[in-house]
Design a protein around this ligand. Structure first.
Ligand code: SAM
Length: 283
């Protein structure tokens, strides 16, 4: 198999020795922006948890529905933190479909995600409305300044801040809760926080061994997994008000029967997604 996949070679600062969450997620979703090390780790993950591709699809479908919700609520600006490697139905594409004035700033700390994100925006973005910045969720001052420096967003207007399937890569020692509190503080009234996060709250006894092995497997990648309980997840929303239906499994958050074919899953039970979802609003 040839690699890396066009149009880019690996950016200079990329770590190709260890698999990354961004590139494994791309592999789970059927993308081509991943290297042999990521595919090997992805195959191993699927061996341990055979429905992991369905988990990724269910999460991605939630992200789309949440973007639709925000647009329907009149929110036109998006900051997508931990946006990942561009895949089908990126936030700006979903948003453009409903609102051609919508604005999106993507943020990730993974060099491949940044490089491919920029290429994609060159191809189908609008430099006045879309940007991709390299920053770390754990450093809100720097991240927010980078976002503002794009000149794309008006911080006085409601903004949707997305932290979808990213907080579970940040251990408590790196203080994700205070970081989220800072972002909430900076958002204008009427803004929304879109969150999803892995959990082991409802693991069945027959899943336990696989999940222990899966967690140990992720610990060998650049992005070890930190599972959190529903109560811990709820803390990320802080004083924001959860919109209906509150915290759910990703497939259960305002399900839409018109789900895109590439994001359909065969999860027998929404709890099998192992991912909580929520959208919360600032009064
Ligand atoms: C599983 S992907 C999620 C992609 C997208 N948000 C989604 O849900 O479809 C997680 C992304 O978070 C990024 N990430 C992990 N830790 C991060 C951090 N500290 N700051 C910014 N991005 C981070 C990874 O590089 C990866 O692209």
């Amino acid at each position: 198999m040839t690699e890396p996949i066009p149009p880019l070679r690996a950016p200079r600062d990329v770590d190709l020795e260890r698999p990354s969450a961004a590139r494994m997620y791309d592999f789970f979703l059927g993308g081509e922006t991943n290297w042999a090390v990521d595919r090997a780790a992805g195959e191993k993950a699927i061996e341990l948890l055979p429905w992991v591709r369905d988990m990724a699809r269910a999460n991605r479908a939630f992200l789309r529905r949440a973007v639709h919700y925000c647009l329907a609520e009149g929110i036109e600006q998006f900051v997508d933190i931990g946006s990942g490697i561009p895949t089908v139905g990126n936030v700006h594409e979903v948003a453009n479909g409903l609102n051609p004035r919508s604005k999106v700033v993507y943020v990730d700390n993974e060099p491949v995600a940044i490089a491919h994100g920029r290429v994609q925006l060159e191809q189908n973005g609008d430099p006045d409305r879309h940007a991709m910045v390299q920053a770390d969720l754990r450093d809100p001052d720097h991240l927010w300044q980078q976002v503002l420096d794009t000149g794309i967003l008006d911080p006085a207007r409601p903004t949707a801040l997305l932290a979808v399937a990213v907080l579970h890569f940040i251990p408590d020692t790196d203080r994700p809760q205070p970081a989220l509190a800072e972002y909430r503080e900076r958002l204008a009234p009427g803004s929304a926080l879109v969150l999803s996060h892995g959990t082991l709250d409802k693991v069945t006894p027959d899943q336990q061994d696989s999940l222990d092995a899966y967690t140990r497997h992720y610990a060998t990648t650049q992005n070890p997994l930190i599972w959190r309980s529903q109560a811990e997840f709820a803390e990320f929303a802080g004083e924001f008000e959860l919109v209906e239906p509150g915290i759910t499994w990703v497939p259960d958050w305002r399900p839409d029967p018109a789900i895109a074919p590439e994001l359909r899953t065969s999860l027998a039970d929404p709890a099998q997604s192992l991912i909580y979802a929520a959208v919360a609003r600032k009064a």
